[in-house]
Ligand binder design. Structure first.
Ligand code: FCB
Length: 463
């Protein structure tokens, strides 16, 4: 049994579900542009329709209510609200989120709003994108605008979803929009995403001290492949880039010295201005953690590439540590090739408690893609997905028993959707979506999760 008040949620993001990319005055985002370029997305998929959530949001909220979710984490599309990324808001775009939030509240589902889940207005990319400092200021203005309009009905806010991905997949490996492969620019982007977070948190706090404000990071457990010095160094480097560069900045107001040293060969870091780190470390009410897997890394030259590497032609996201190899840790994998490791989640939580100021923690994403099969009777039986969630929820439960301030869990994802460079081939949903008809069907994992929520705990191993 989980404590009373434990948040039982599911998550999505705007670009992955909404579609209607030209409706009601929405501007162009970097993902619209990226999807139109050859070879960027598996199968040439795009999100012009996605799962049509923009038109079907009421039906989707109904599904959430049927599941018994107590909270729903979603993101707002910046170009829907500010088509060019600055200036006056587009009323019709903003009204969509007011309708969505009101619908959620009418069922007693708590809206958890993420301000940025990767769909930067193209106009801001044209002006330099995240490597340009001004983008952080534009984001703070955007945050203030959305918070002023929705802060009366949304209590839980997070700023940037997974700044690591936005910076290093967007600007170093080029696997994500805008698809640039400029390692030095990626480091600037990472700093400006952190700065954007801090400026936005401060702007929202100034408007309403009651809002609960958090940052959202994707953390990995990381192991060296062997006991060798080279592998230990590889683990230190990847942990530094993936985890500590963001955690130390947000929660301690500093960048880790060893990471700055590793990056020194790529850039002089002159873009980090006095006072930036104090801004980035704006006080937070909570930390949102996206957890999926563990990396096992090797410092040996020519180490094998990760099974989770990009599906499309791309460079390395590991700026300054490109030599590190990602090796098979020998665990069962999901449909993404990501190793399933609940113990890694516990490691991540333990380290947060040991090394950082104590904050309420939430698992804001956790879940798995598998190749779902629709049976003749129309049902989808996906015991592997339920088992994945069950495993991680058990870890959450034990962590809470051990005194870790973990307050909630959001499954990724509520519904199958546009999985970025992988297109529609990878299904993460609790709810199956037929992309031709847009019909939604709860998978057996959804029914299992609904039971757990109703019960307030886990009923035994998932089937
Ligand atoms: C996370 C993203 C989310 C989804 C899952 C599978 O990195 O935040 O949008 O793609 O991975």
């Amino acid at each position: 049994m989980f404590p009373t008040g434990f948040v039982w949620g599911a998550a999505t993001s705007a670009y992955q579900i909404e579609g209607s990319i030209s409706a009601d005055g929405r501007g162009t985002s970097i993902w619209d542009t990226f999807c139109r370029q050859d070879g960027r997305i598996v199968g040439g998929d795009h999100a012009e329709v996605a799962i049509d959530h923009y038109n079907r949001y009421a039906e989707d909220v109904r599904l959430m209510a049927d599941l018994g979710l107590t909270a729903y984490r979603f993101s707002v599309s910046w170009p829907r609200i500010q088509p060019l990324g600055s200036g006056a808001h587009n009323t019709k775009g903003l009204d969509f989120y007011k309708r969505l939030v009101d619908e959620l509240l009418s069922y007693g589902i708590d809206p958890w709003l993420t301000l940025y889940h990767w769909d930067l207005p193209q106009a801001l990319e044209d002006a330099g994108g995240w490597p340009a400092r001004d983008t952080s200021k534009r984001f703070a203005d955007f945050a203030a605008l959305v918070h002023a309009e929705l802060g009366d009905r949304v209590r839980n806010w997070s700023t940037v979803n997974e700044p690591w991905c936005a910076a290093f997949l967007g600007y170093a490996s080029g696997e994500h929009a805008p698809g640039r492969r400029e390692p030095a620019a990626a480091i600037r982007a990472a700093h400006h995403l952190n700065l954007a977070h801090g400026l936005a948190a401060r702007a929202m706090r100034a408007q309403n001290a009651d809002s609960q404000i958090g940052g959202c990071v994707n953390l990995y457990a990381i192991s060296p492949a062997t006991g060798s010095e080279g592998d230990a160094d590889a683990a230190r480097r990847i942990d530094g880039l993936q985890n500590r560069f963001f955690l130390d900045a947000l929660l301690k107001g500093e960048y880790p010295e060893d990471v700055l040293k590793d990056l020194g060969a790529v850039t002089d870091l002159g873009f980090i201005e006095d006072g930036d780190l104090a801004t980035i470390a704006a006080p937070l009410d909570m930390l949102l953690i996206n957890y999926y897997s563990r990396f096992t890394v090797s410092g040996a030259p020519g180490g094998a590439q990760s099974a989770s590497a990009a599906p499309t032609d791309s460079g390395s996201p590991w700026v300054g540590s490109e030599h590190v190899g990602f090796v098979n840790g020998g665990r069962p994998v999901t449909g993404m090739g990501w190793e399933i490791d609940g113990s890694g989640l516990r490691e991540v939580l333990d380290r947060l408690v040991a090394d950082y100021p104590r904050l309420p923690l939430y698992i804001s994403e956790n879940g798995a893609a598998f190749d779902d099969v629709v049976a003749e009777d129309g049902t989808v039986h996906d015991p592997e997905r339920a088992a994945y969630i069950d495993t991680h929820l058990r870890v959450c439960h034990d962590a809470i028993e051990a005194g870790i301030p973990l307050r909630g869990y959001f499954a990724w994802s509520l519904m199958d959707n546009f999985e970025w460079a992988w297109g529609y081939g990878k299904r993460f949903g609790l709810v199956y979506v037929d992309y031709e008809t847009q019909i939604r069907t709860m998978k057996s994992s959804a029914l299992w999760y609904a039971d757990a929520i109703r019960h307030g705990g886990l009923l035994g191993p998932a089937e």
